[in-house]
Design a protein around this ligand. Structure first.
Ligand code: DGL
Length: 280
């Protein structure tokens, strides 16, 4: 039987052989998960990290569940081969479609990201919330289960952000095309008087400035980045795998497409990170 985190002492025995200085592995369908990496790096500044941007296969959002699962397996196996101590699936689409299977198949601890429906549903005053996510996330069984559990008396406006990920992958954050799509996608939400907008895709935090321009001030935008970083820290602490070294970490980013957008989105870290193109 394979060891799982819930298997108690047996698992602690297994993970105690892992190095605390081993990197945290993070993957996404592309560049968007860097929004999650930023939260993780801010909370855990001495941890080494390896980020995989599977941009050659982005977007995942319109792919079948079988394809999303097989791409997620490919990324997970690459991070395991690179000796990571924990994996963060920094992609809602991959999490909602593949995380159960990944957790069943691999003993490495795996953290996922899901749309933050619960906090929005608990805090809404207008009893109306909006969710912007990919088709793959909104149609997944895991998303339906969470949504059903927390939004019984609430109206939920679900909108597929069709076309947003390819524009973010190109770095076209201020393009008229993107502006037009955001206006189109937020219109039914504004009409439904939402007071919370949940960003259910790790690419979308890069659109917060543009969304703030469009949405009324009464709308609070939430994403799951900070929660994922906290969960990562807690899981490493529980498994006694937090790095104890206080020194400049190695922060590696690999993409299987051009490096331009990663460089653009991570510009503020340019002197402390390594960005490379690699086949995977
Ligand atoms: N960042 C991915 C997510 O969180 C984008 C999905 C896609 O590639 O379509 O869902």
């Amino acid at each position: 039987m394979k060891a799982r985190p819930r298997d108690g002492l047996f698992v602690f025995g297994i993970f105690s052989t892992m190095k605390k200085t081993a990197p945290i592995g993070i993957f996404d369908s592309g560049v968007g998960g860097t929004s999650i990496w930023k939260e993780i790096h801010q909370l855990l500044p001495y941890e080494n990290t390896i980020y995989l941007a599977d941009s050659a296969n982005a977007p995942y959002g319109n792919r079948s569940e079988t394809e999303i699962v097989s791409l997620s397996i490919k990324n997970t196996e690459m991070l395991i081969a690179m000796d990571c101590k924990l994996i963060v699936v920094a992609c809602n689409t991959a999490t909602t479609n593949a995380i159960d299977l990944l957790r069943k198949n691999y003993t490495i601890p795996i953290i996922g990201i899901e749309p933050a429906i619960k906090p929005a549903a608990l805090q809404t005053q207008s009893k109306s919330i909006g969710i912007l996510a990919t088709k793959g996330t909104l149609s997944s069984a895991l998303f339906h289960k969470t949504s059903k559990a927390f939004t019984k008396d609430i109206s939920v406006i679900e909108i597929v952000g069709e076309g947003l990920v390819p524009l973010i992958e190109k770095g076209a954050l201020n393009s008229p095309e993107l502006q037009k799509l955001l206006l189109e996608y937020t219109a039914p939400m504004v009409a439904a008087n939402i007071d919370y907008l949940v960003l259910g895709c790790s690419h979308y935090p890069y659109l917060i400035p543009q969304l703030k321009e469009i949405l009324p001030d009464t709308v609070t935008i939430i994403d799951s980045g900070e929660a994922v970083a906290r969960q990562t820290k807690n899981m490493l602490a529980t498994l006694n795998l937090l790095s104890e070294e206080i020194k400049t970490p190695t922060l590696q980013f690999y993409t299987n497409a051009e490096t331009g957008t990663l460089k653009f989105l991570l510009h503020e870290f340019k002197d402390s990170i390594i960005i490379q193109k690699k086949e995977f």
